[in-house]
Ligand binder design. Structure first.
Ligand code: SF4
Length: 693
């Protein structure tokens, strides 16, 4: 591995991109070798701290299994190294042939989280649209978009991270901040020091729940019922922001009439949370409003009723008076920069984007296609075939639901190109694999809306034979004839200068400020209710837009699949996706020191259930759903860690893929999200040693 570094010996300040939090770090170099990563003081995101994953960026950078040259699959299924130019020539020629023979829409591009952030997304969106296809996919169609849509439909915006430290009461629904977003724990700690109360709603005990004033464990997929119960309590006791409702809300009468059905007793029946606990939570909201932070994690959106559950929480926030408060529903200002995505341009001629007719809200608001429907198109079951796919930093063969179908679909493609660091399960199915650059080898702009700050990351090093993300798309675009028009910049530094042009900033200035630049002073005293970016300009407790599409005008509660079907053949409920402290989705499992801690997958189970099934800790069991099965060792938890009848498997294991069990065809009608967190399963006792699939 031939490495050129920005400095021989010294420190290079940049941002960590081992997860999406983007902590400020210093990369240490000694004699041209990256030796350490330490926190950079003074950045508001991480305030001088990093988590263990951050330091492991160097393990990844120098990892012996890292792909450092383009690879081409041969007839016998093995891969051979080929020169970069040859790879790009062949890939672009095959793309051009697909376009000629089947139309541009027969090719899609898929952005994952493994390599970059918004800018990487911008490149992928720009490329596929310039090619002439509307088929942009991303992992967001199974994580994040559901919450975004839920808030967007009510308020027209979502600020992911409110100022938790300004809250008097924090309610976390299906969220695990110490594992998912460790830096935000300083805000929780400050809030607690200031006397804030904490309520955690989760079927599974997570580390932050240990410190909660109330920890309530609902049946998976029933958070919406609790949301309605709290709304009802506030309305019935007349403890809500009446002025806001009078001036800025449409649909209050409708939600008020519907909420009346959700007495504390009904909520108990639906969710398993005792009626008196529901009342206690409501009273805490009343006592502490309007300084309330309500935060939904991915635990809410991975259900077929996810968006409506999130909408109830957005409504609850507004009723509590938290709209416009920095701890609540606050809308930071953005910075005017050029857009890379071409999605404001007219849609390319030809058939509809994949999934747009089935899940029109997802496409209309997010301008992205539905990855689960894409599998049908690859299998020839859609209204037109998807024959080619470029995947950058994503691993759908692990992270998308219904693994067996995903693998079959990807195997049917005429052209699958994967840009990644390692030979992932998805890369194994590719015709070409391109060696990806890590965040340490790129220069990318980062907006932190919460703080109204902008940062630039630094190119700490370059690796011989590895192209930065932008160059890959540029090289393909030029070969395909649209480079001059859409990818004129020679490298990512040039792109950044162009992006910054509308606001007068420049990359040299940003590099002088490794802690970022405040692009606009924060103003927490704005009356944001006056100018909401919803279609009506009001808070849409009832959505005319959804009604027109034939969807629920108000966020009607639907009992989850496992409670509606109640199939005795599958008496347990599988929830997937709770994070491991050192992994990030399907990433980091090949870091030996991390693997020493998380050695193997396990299915977590309540001890009473384990006793009834006569299974012991560490024993292999077969987990069976309507969709598939998986052999996995058991981990028996403390009774308070997981409610009876619920089992949990981490979603990102390459060798124990929980998604063999999950469904791709039970979807939220608004977001199209799959059912990942409440899958009916049975547990079968088997003999034998640990096996992997
Ligand atoms: S939380 Fe950890 S992995 Fe994520 S950006 Fe910060 S240091 Fe990196």
């Amino acid at each position: 591995m031939i490495v050129k570094t920005a400095v021989e010996t010294g420190l290079v300040p940049t941002l960590c991109r081992m997860c999406d939090t983007r902590c400020a770090i210093n990369v240490h170099l000694q004699d041209g070798i990256l030796t350490d990563i330490t926190p950079l003081d003074g950045h508001p995101v991480n305030r001088g701290r990093i988590c263990p994953r951050g330091g492991a960026a160097i393990d990844l950078f120098y990892h012996r299994d890292r792909i450092l040259s383009p690879l081409k699959r041969t007839k016998d299924g093995s891969f051979k190294k080929i020169p970069y130019d040859q790879a790009l020539d062949e890939i672009s020629a095959r793309m051009a042939a697909l376009k000629d023979q089947q139309g541009a829409h027969s090719l899609g591009a898929w952005k994952g989280e493994g390599l970059g952030f918004f800018q990487q997304e911008g490149y992928v969106r720009r490329f596929i649209r310039a090619f002439g296809s509307p088929n942009y996919f991303s992992n967001d169609s199974a994580c994040y978009n559901g919450r975004y849509l839920g808030y967007h439909l009510v308020c027209g915006f979502w600020n992911v991270y409110p100022d938790f430290d300004q809250a008097k009461l924090i309610l976390l629904f299906g969220s695990n901040p110490p594992m998912c977003h460790p830096p935000f724990m300083h805000e929780f700690a400050d809030a607690r020091k200031n006397g804030a109360k904490l309520v955690v709603i989760d079927p599974r005990l997570n580390p932050v729940a240990c410190y909660a004033d109330i920890f309530a464990q609902p049946y998976p997929g029933t958070d919406g019922a609790l949301g309605w119960g709290l709304i009802n309590y506030l309305i019935q006791t007349k403890n809500y922001d009446e002025d806001l409702v009078d001036r800025h809300v449409i649909g209050f009468d409708k939600i008020s009439a519907y909420a009346a059905r959700f007495t504390p007793e009904r909520v108990e029946k639906e969710s398993g949370i005792y009626a008196d606990v529901v009342e206690k939570i409501a009273q805490m909201i009343i006592k502490n409003r309007p300084d309330i932070s309500i935060f939904p994690g991915a635990g809410l959106e991975h259900h077929e009723n996810g968006v409506n559950a999130v909408r109830t929480l957005a409504i609850l926030s507004c009723l509590s008076g938290a709209l416009g408060r920095s701890c609540g529903l606050y809308r930071p200002e953005t910075l005017n920069i050029h857009r890379l995505a071409l999605d404001k341009e007219p849609a390319p001629a030809g058939p509809d984007p994949i999934g747009a007719s089935k899940f029109p809200v997802l496409y209309d608001i997010r301008r992205e296609c539905h990855t689960m429907t894409a599998m049908d198109h690859m299998l020839g079951l859609g209204d037109y075939p998807l024959k080619g796919l470029i995947v950058s930093g994503a691993n759908p063969a692990v992270t998308n639901p219904n693994t067996a179908k995903v693998e079959k679909a990807l195997s049917m493609l005429d052209l699958l190109v994967v840009n990644d660091f390692f030979m992932t399960k998805t890369a194994r199915l590719a015709h070409y694999i391109l060696p990806a650059a890590s965040f340490l080898e790129r220069e990318e702009l980062h907006l932190f809306h919460k703080y109204q700050r902008i940062n630039i990351t630094r190119r700490v090093a370059t690796v011989d034979g590895v192209m930065e993300e932008y160059r890959v798309w540029r090289e393909l675009a030029w070969r395909l004839g649209f480079g001059e028009k859409y990818f004129p910049w020679k490298d990512e530094s040039d792109v950044n200068q162009w992006l910054l042009k509308p606001n007068g900033l420049n990359t040299a200035l940003l590099k002088k400020h490794p802690r970022g630049l405040l692009y606009k002073p924060l103003n927490h005293n704005k009356d944001i209710a006056k100018n909401l970016p919803t279609p009506t300009g009001k808070l849409e407790f009832a959505s005319p837009y959804l009604k027109k599409l034939g969807l629920d005008e108000i966020p009607v509660y639907t009992a989850p699949y496992h409670r509606r079907h109640n199939n005795p053949r599958f008496p347990f409920v599988l929830t997937t996706g709770a994070r491991k402290s050192l992994f990030y989705h399907s990433r980091h499992q090949n870091i030996p020191r991390f693997r020493n801690i998380h050695r193997q997958a396990e299915m977590e189970i309540n001890p009473d259930d384990a006793r009834q099934l006569d299974i012991s800790d560490g024993e292999n069991v077969r987990v069976v759903s309507e969709n598939g099965d998986l052999i996995i060792p058991v981990s028996i938890k403390h009774p308070s860690e997981l409610i009876k009848g619920v089992v949990e498997i981490y979603h990102g294991w390459e060798d124990w893929r929980a998604n063999y069990l999950t469904f791709d065809t039970v979807n939220d009608p608004i977001s199209g999200f799959p059912l990942l967190k409440a899958v009916p399963v049975r547990i079968e006792k088997i003999a034998g040693s640990i096996q992997s699939t």
